[in-house]
Design a protein around this ligand. Structure first.
Ligand SMILES: [Zn+2]
Length: 824
């Protein structure tokens, strides 16, 4: 149950107790059924201001049903690269353990590289030709299975004759990114099968995430990879779509790469290279992922570390720098975060994080950014580790792709990730820091908690977007906006771009820019035939001069958490968040609903239930689903179990529906007029204006009639705090020039009340004048579509709506820049 009735908490600016005049002070609430006086006895109890809105929590028993052990896939891979053709020949041995509780008749694999084999693949069709940069005609990549055998019971069986391509999502006959083979006999649950497979892969010129640029190799999604078998659903192996990423079982990887000798000392991959030798003029490197040391221990949650993928990179030009992430140094810098985690998780939880070896790979032209990558990586290891549980591997590798290889950037693989940068970017631009933190954050969301990125990309992207903004804000503060000008970043946002693609200049975007540039001034009078004034006609030099940055660029700093909100506002209601990755209406909706909208919904959730329960919910989910495959429902339940709240409706309405919320407030306040006319006395006779009823003592007796109307114009009903501030009337003995006393009262407009009526009216008759009303005064609800109407001030604040409008529009623009720069 939520807060019942009408809670008004008289708290004080200045610490004194509010004085109200008995009989003259009353409030009525008219939206609900009850009309309770403001000074009801309940008003002395309740929560202090600024506390979470959901007051009553229900202890929910964590779902302790014996969840099945996830299936397990261990790979042993050997591959040889032809340095000239960039073609790999490999053979792999897969051991897959079926724990599904069902017997399995076939095996389904991904052949991701075939997305790049021609322009008819599902990936290319959905991309409509837009596959990042560097579309070389000869840059195609493909993958072909040449042999597949299985060892089951009596020896070896050839499965090649049952090989068939599958198109479970769209039936596209030209898509060859999924194939299946039939088993000679069904594999019972609990048994392990050994599959031996030979294949060849032509690396593409790097376009999306994987491929080569000169001698730089970023090799990901390069081997035939088993899908995930799900009880009652069968094989979950989706085709490679434009908007989707991966899904795979956890296990160990033992990978041996044979490469041209020039890569000596410059090959890095998931896990750790545990042996490098040269033979016959070639280089051989063997990797274990997780590393042998990690495999032989358990992580902070008592589980054996595993990984669900193996990617590698190599470049003779790599500048290799080694660092060590040290928890103590960060704990010293952020004692309040340790305190906060301690408060949320309790003393039993071990919050100390292990040291992590960090390798940063850059190219000589960007060597100056090495330390910055290390710091951003450390920031992610520290905060994510503190909040969601320790990073369980001894090592992480950060790859900065070379000039021209950017398309490999912004992507995450177990213990190795790629970032993205620009020349001349500084720390306060959050670049490369933003991408580095985001991709390192994926070590936790998707790396450790391995959700199905096809069907629920928003779980890892949304949780990660939420967290990376929190980290960026704590470590780097607000972001300085820049715009590219003649190829160089220039301070500020171009005013003309503020209107974005809304195509409207109502909020002053183009109009303001034009006016500043003396280009086109509109005169708001209807009687003119052409209400425009063009003070300076176009000419070559003047055009150039007035477009210079000082005229059309405004400086801007933005809280990265607000950038999430702006991203969300770009498409707040086309689809529910909880939608299959390839089924959103368009790429904009996919991006909004996978990244920014869940971030906003999570941030608002912490406003509803409070910071500590929120933190507990997130950590519990992270712990419970580490090395496993949660679905949305698992996230909802696990979070609630950890937070110990029952808030299913929140997930239903925020994640599974399209609803939004828009609260607003309006106020009508008047002095009670002097009594006029004839009033009937007790005795019976009408008398004109009895003196006892008039305000004849001047201002001290002024009575204010105040009517406050709250509205909710969205579909969502969330409990929301409201703050009313009154000003006490001047008292006779107050010191000259003393500030009039302020009386702050807080209440909650409950979810039930909003469900009953979309509005609520408060009526007061009291000596204190209302001077402000604020809905969501602590700004916890990032989800409110329009915040410009959330407050009312007796002295009109003309700046606020403008400020909000500008924020929204400028962030809209930046959202595109940011999301365009990352791959997943
Ligand atoms: Zn991502």
């Amino acid at each position: 149950m939520l807060v019942a009735g009408f809670w008004v908490l008289p708290t004080l600016a200045g610490g004194a107790i509010a004085q109200t005049v008995p009989g003259d002070s009353s409030a009525r609430r008219t939206a609900g059924s009850e009309a309770i006086p403001a000074e009801s006895p309940e008003s002395l109890g309740g929560e202090p201001a600024g506390e979470p809105v959901l007051q009553e929590v229900l202890a929910v028993e964590p779902a302790r049903s014996e969840r099945r052990i996830p299936d397990r896939a261990d790979y042993q891979i050997e591959a040889r690269l032809d340095g000239e053709t960039k073609r790999l020949k490999g053979s792999l041995e897969l051991r897959w353990t079926n724990n599904s509780g069902e017997s399995v008749e076939d095996l389904w694999f991904h052949l991701y590289m075939n997305a790049f084999s021609n322009n008819r693949s599902t990936f290319m069709r959905e991309s409509k030709g837009d596959v990042r940069k560097n579309e070389d005609e000869d840059g195609w990549g493909w993958s072909q299975v040449t042999d597949i055998r299985v060892e089951q019971y009596e020896g070896d069986a050839d499965l090649m004759h049952t090989f068939q391509y599958r198109r479970p999502d769209d039936g596209n006959p030209d898509d060859r990114t999924v194939f299946s083979v039939d088993l000679p006999r069904p594999l019972p649950s609990g048994e392990t099968i050994k599959v031996v497979l030979d294949w060849e892969v032509q690396l593409p010129r790097v376009r999306v995430r994987t491929g080569y640029k000169d001698d730089f190799l970023m090799v990901a999604q390069w081997f035939p990879k088993l899908g995930v078998y799900e009880p009652e659903r069968g094989w979950n192996a989706h085709q490679f779509h434009r908007n989707t990423e991966w899904y795979a079982d956890f296990g160990n990887y033992d990978v041996t790469l044979n490469l041209p000798i020039e890569y000596r000392g410059k090959v890095f991959g998931s896990g750790i290279g545990e042996g490098e030798r040269t033979e016959g003029g070639r280089l051989e490197v063997r990797f274990a992922a997780p590393s042998s040391r990690d495999q032989s221990s358990t992580d902070a949650f008592g589980k054996k570390p595993l990984v669900h993928d193996f990617a590698w990179t190599a470049d003779p030009r790599f500048v290799v720098k080694q660092f060590i992430f040290k928890f103590d140094e960060w704990a010293e810098d952020y004692p309040e975060e340790i305190e906060r985690a301690r408060e949320a998780f309790g003393d039993d939880e071990d919050l100390v994080l292990r040291p992590v070896d960090v390798t940063v790979l850059v190219h000589p032209e960007r060597e100056d950014q090495v330390e910055r990558h290390f710091r951003a990586t450390s920031a992610a290891l520290f905060f994510y580790g503190l909040w969601f549980g320790e990073y369980p591997y001894q090592h992480v590798t950060v790859v900065d792709p070379p000039w021209g290889g950017d398309a490999a950037g912004g992507m995450e693989y177990p213990t190795i990730f790629t970032c993205g940068t620009r020349m001349l970017s500084t720390e306060d631009m959050h670049r490369p820091e933003g991408v580095t933190i985001h991709e390192c954050g994926h070590q936790f969301w998707y790396g450790l908690v391995g959700n199905n990125e096809f069907e629920a990309a928003w779980i890892d992207e949304g949780l990660n977007s939420f967290t990376d903004s929190e980290v960026l804000w704590r470590v780097y503060g607000p972001r300085r906006s820049t715009t590219k000008y003649a190829g160089l970043p220039v301070d500020g946002v171009r005013v003309a771009s503020l209107a974005g693609s809304h195509g409207s200049d109502d909020l002053g975007g183009y109009a303001l820019a034009d006016a500043l540039a003396l280009r086109d001034v509109r005169i708001p009078l209807p009687y003119f035939y052409d209400p425009r004034w063009k003070p300076i006609r176009a000419s070559g030099f003047l055009d150039w001069w007035r477009d210079q940055p000082s005229f059309t660029f405004v400086r801007e700093f933005t809280d990265p958490r607000w950038a999430d909100r702006s991203g969300y506002l770009s498409d707040p209601s086309s689809d529910p968040i909880d939608t299959n990755g390839w089924e959103y209406v368009d790429r904009m909706s996919y991006r909004t609903n996978s990244y920014r909208r869940p971030a906003v919904a999570l941030r608002s959730l912490s406003a509803v239930i409070g910071d500590a329960p929120f933190m507990r919910g997130m950590r519990h989910f992270s712990r419970e689903w580490r090395y496993d495959h949660p679905y949305p429902q698992d996230f909802y339940s696990s979070f609630q179990a950890g937070a110990e709240v029952e808030i299913d409706w929140y997930f239903e309405e925020l994640f599974r529906s399209r609803g939004t919320v828009d609260w607003s407030v309006s106020v009508d306040q008047r002095e009670r007029p002097d009594a006029e006319g004839f009033f009937q006395s007790e005795g019976g006779a009408f008398l004109e204006r009895p003196t006892s009823e008039t305000n004849d003592n001047g201002h001290e007796r002024t009575i204010w009639l105040t009517e406050i109307t709250f509205r909710n114009e969205g579909e969502l009903c969330l409990p929301v705090p409201i703050r009313l501030t009154f000003q006490a009337p001047p008292s006779g003995d107050a010191e000259e020039g003393a500030e009039p006393e302020k009386i702050v009262e807080e209440l909650i407009w409950t979810r039930e009340e909003q469900q009953r009526e979309r509005w609520m009216k408060l009526e007061f008759k009291r000596r204190e004048k209302l001077i402000s009303v604020e809905i969501d005064p602590e700004r916890g609800y990032y989800i409110d579509e329009d915040m410009s109407n959330n407050s009312w001030f007796d002295e009109a604040d003309t700046v606020a709506p403008w400020r909000w409008g500008e924020r929204v529009l400028s962030q809209y623009q930046r959202y595109f820049h940011w999301v365009g720069g990352i791959g997943g």
